[in-house]
Design a binder for this molecule. Structure first.
Ligand code: PXG
Length: 442
């Protein structure tokens, strides 16, 4: 028997599962042992439609042959090469293909995850400010309900209290903008809401309080994913950009979810036509076949490092053993080719109105207090049961799973982000299943 034949484990106890209620899971496990295209397959052979692209990452669908073949060929040829002081061809090739996707960013640094991309971006921002003689700029500004992974940098600028409260003081000097979610003003809006641009002015207040010369960077997700698809109000990102530029504050977009086609464009910065100074990616960069992340920077940022370090000195004291791992680069290049050959980002843009109508058709279902969407991201927010927050959405999650649909829940919101290969009938299946589930969830 080979390792991949292990379908049902004998022991569920040894693994401490991430972001999971381990005790309930182990009483009633939910396992996937195979996947194909739009579907997961359970050890019992049941098909479950993937309504969430895994965790917002399998944008081209599962088990894509060109990606598998590229990884297979690469592991036969070069399993690993260091990325410090030596390199291997694929990492350079992949980097130049990535920078070829966006005009203003001609350098990327590789990481292995979204969390590492975020912490890398924050360190680049601090070091850049020093490079240009602005070393007093050490503060960061994040946003309430922002998710930027689980490193100490990411949880410090992040705005999710259970992810923060156990972990002490974290980074010093962090402020948060208010989040933009407002049910009174924006419930059931399709796409970007009209109300809320002024919330970007929170940055003006933070500048007034601390002085701009203390602030290195602002980091936001263009569309907040994990906290339930919070779509930016019209004009909001533009206004943040303006305020940052006015005060010499770097703007970082965390595009770990919005990158690689989720909104129907390569990146959210193209979709919104708002250009951050740095943006982070991961997840869809390799279609999640091999873990990887990349941080994109504007030329001026990269050049500041090249110009301020003495000749023959390392310009940036940062990097990971697996930065630019050969298997990840092979998977990444093949992934970009699948995206291109199947024109998947344009496909997402074409499907987005259909997806929007399908999920907004749930607006009259029991307990639904909001439906929102942008591109191929959607959310259905449920009224929480008094004193039992999250339990209604969790019940819906389990019932959907039993009915053959994988959704994601966050608080009392059901989040959807299907692979971009999804067919219209499968979108109907998603909305019909959720409609049925909501009838039976109390
Ligand atoms: N930034 C953003 C915007 C993310 O969404 C990370 C950073 C961290 O990435 P890594 O690769 O370190 O996990 C993320 C991750 C969910 C969910 O259900 C979202 C993420 C991860 C797991 C679950 O919303 N996003």
């Amino acid at each position: 028997m080979s390792i991949s034949d292990v379908n049902v484990p004998n022991d569920l106890d040894s693994l401490w599962m991430p972001f999971t209620d381990n005790r309930s899971f182990k009483k009633q496990p939910r396992l996937f042992s195979e996947a194909e295209g739009m579907f997961y397959i359970t050890p019992e052979g049941r098909k479950v439609l993937d309504g969430t692209s895994g965790l917002w990452c399998v944008n081209a669908g599962h088990r894509r042959r060109p990606i598998i073949e590229a990884v297979r060929r690469q592991v036969e040829k070069l399993d690993y090469a260091p990325g410090f002081q030596v390199g291997h061809p694929l990492s350079f090739e992949f980097a130049s293909r990535l920078t070829g996707m966006v005009e203003e960013y001609s350098h990327v640094m590789f990481t292995n995850s979204g969390s590492e991309s975020v912490d890398t971006a924050l360190k680049i921002a601090l070091a850049y400010q020093r490079n240009i003689g602005e070393g007093s700029r050490t503060r960061f500004v994040g946003r309430e309900r922002g998710y930027h992974g689980v490193g100490f940098g990411g949880i410090s600028v992040g705005g999710i209290s259970p992810n923060r409260k156990m972990f002490g003081n974290m980074l010093n000097g962090i402020d948060h903008l208010r989040h933009t979610h407002n049910l009174d003003k924006n419930a059931f809006v399709r796409g970007q809401p009209d109300w809320g641009e002024h919330l970007a002015d929170d940055l003006e207040s933070i500048v007034a309080l601390h002085d701009a010369t203390t602030i290195a960077a602002v980091i936001v997700e263009p569309v907040a994913g994990s906290t339930g698809v919070l779509v930016p109000p019209r004009g909001y990102l533009e206004r943040l950009r303006e305020i940052c530029s006015k005060y010499g504050i770097l703007l970082i977009f965390d595009e770990v979810i919005t990158g690689f086609g989720r909104l129907g464009d390569s990146f959210a910065n193209q979709y919104f036509d708002v250009k951050p100074d740095i943006f982070t990616t991961a997840k869809g960069i390799t279609n999640a076949t091999v873990p990887m992340g990349a941080v994109f920077v504007r030329d001026g940022i990269y050049n500041s490092f090249m110009e301020s370090a003495p000749e023959n000195a390392i310009e940036f004291f940062h990097g990971y053993t697996y930065s630019g791992h050969p298997l990840a680069c092979a998977a990444g290049i093949a992934t970009l080719e699948v995206y291109r050959d199947e024109d998947l980002f344009a496909r997402a843009a074409q499907l987005a109105p259909y997806f929007e109508s399908a999920i907004h058709s749930l607006c009259d279902c029991k307990n639904v207090i909001d439906v929102r969407n942008l591109g191929m991201m959607g959310a259905i927010e449920l009224e929480p049961i008094p004193d039992k927050p999250t339990s209604r959405a969790m019940a819906a999650f389990q019932k959907a799973f039993d009915a053959g649909l994988l959704v994601r829940t966050t608080g009392d919101t059901i989040a959807l982000s299907p692979p971009l290969i999804v067919e219209r009938e499968q979108i109907d299946f998603i909305s019909d299943t959720i409609r049925g589930v909501l009838k039976t969830v109390h």
